[in-house]
Design a protein around this ligand. Structure first.
Ligand code: SAM
Length: 272
């Protein structure tokens, strides 16, 4: 990925910064089984981490790479659930610092570590990880093939990989594509087959693939409700101007996502 794009992504997440508190550190969508499922918003977000973790099925002692780890919330949750070590990478300096704070607070020093690194040019030797996760981060890749080649390189033969994608569920106008790009989302696939083909082209064997669009769809309305409820407190804490700018940008983006963006979860492995 070009340095300009990496800086843009980094600044985007640095700017969100502390406002990540609104989503409990979960920079991904929520997961509900059905319309009748009354799981509250934050629990639904944690639930998606559980579902993605189950797809990855980490085994005791494995070394796991979390590509685009956000503030480390999913990594902390997975390290609490599974006896593994996790290395997270992100291109947001703010997230690296916040992640370190959360790891220490969770008592996971030595089990989870986060560093600044580009997924498209990873600073790791070949075949050092047993499993890898790209949880709502591959959509940020301008060159998805390069990211996936890098994941393939750093996984050992037989290593497993789970990634999620934000497919388009309807045609996008040029203006809508611009909104996605401004929010660091590039080249949304059109179908589940397209997401699968991305992995296969990088040399992976796909073992499981889900279209969870219906299951995550409630995220956007739930987010708008939480934001409206918390706006006065957030404005007091972080300043009315900052919160208003955030609200404007995220409302444009999430309104588009609610109308035209779905969700894929793909599990695959690097052949032996
Ligand atoms: C939507 S957030 C998801 C965060 C986290 N996986 C979660 O579920 O909370 C996307 C993440 O991908 C990271 N990211 C985007 N482009 C990246 C790149 N080129 N290299 C490493 N991380 C990247 C961002 O910094 C951010 O942490």
């Amino acid at each position: 990925m070009s340095e300009q794009v990496i800086d843009q992504v980094g600044e985007y997440y640095d700017d969100i910064g502390e406002l990540v508190e609104l989503v409990g550190g979960n920079l991904h969508v929520g997961y509900w089984e059905s319309d009748e499922d009354d799981t509250p918003f934050l629990a639904a977000m944690q639930r998606l981490t559980t579902e993605v973790g189950a797809l990855l099925a980490p085994r005791k002692g494995e070394r796991v790479l979390d590509i685009g780890c956000g503030v480390g919330e999913p990594a902390v949750r997975l390290a609490q659930r599974y006896a593994i070590t996790i290395t997270g990478i992100t291109v947001s300096h703010w997230q690296v610092a916040e992640s370190a704070r959360r790891v220490i607070a969770a008592g996971l020093r030595g089990r989870v570590a986060t560093r600044y690194a580009d997924a498209g040019a990873q600073p790791f030797p070949d075949a050092v990880f047993d499993a890898a996760l790209a949880f709502d981060s591959l959509p940020s890749a301008q060159d998805k093939a390069q990211w996936l080649r890098e994941v393939h390189r750093v996984l050992r033969p037989g290593g497993r990989f789970v990634f999620t994608e934000y497919p388009r569920t309807a045609e996008l106008t040029a203006a809508e594509r611009d909104i996605l790009t401004a929010n660091t989302i590039h080249h949304p696939p059109a179908t589940l087959d397209e997401s699968i083909a991305l992995a296969e082209a990088a040399g992976f064997r796909v073992t499981d693939a889900h279209d969870w669009s219906e299951r995550v769809h409630r995220t956007y309305d739930e987010f708008f409700t939480a934001l409206a409820e918390q706006t006065p407190a957030l404005a007091e804490e972080y300043g009315a101007e900052r919160v208003a700018m955030f609200t404007e940008g995220i409302t444009t983006m999430f309104s588009l996502c609610r109308a035209k963006i779905g969700y894929h979860a793909i599990a695959c492995e690097k052949p032996v």
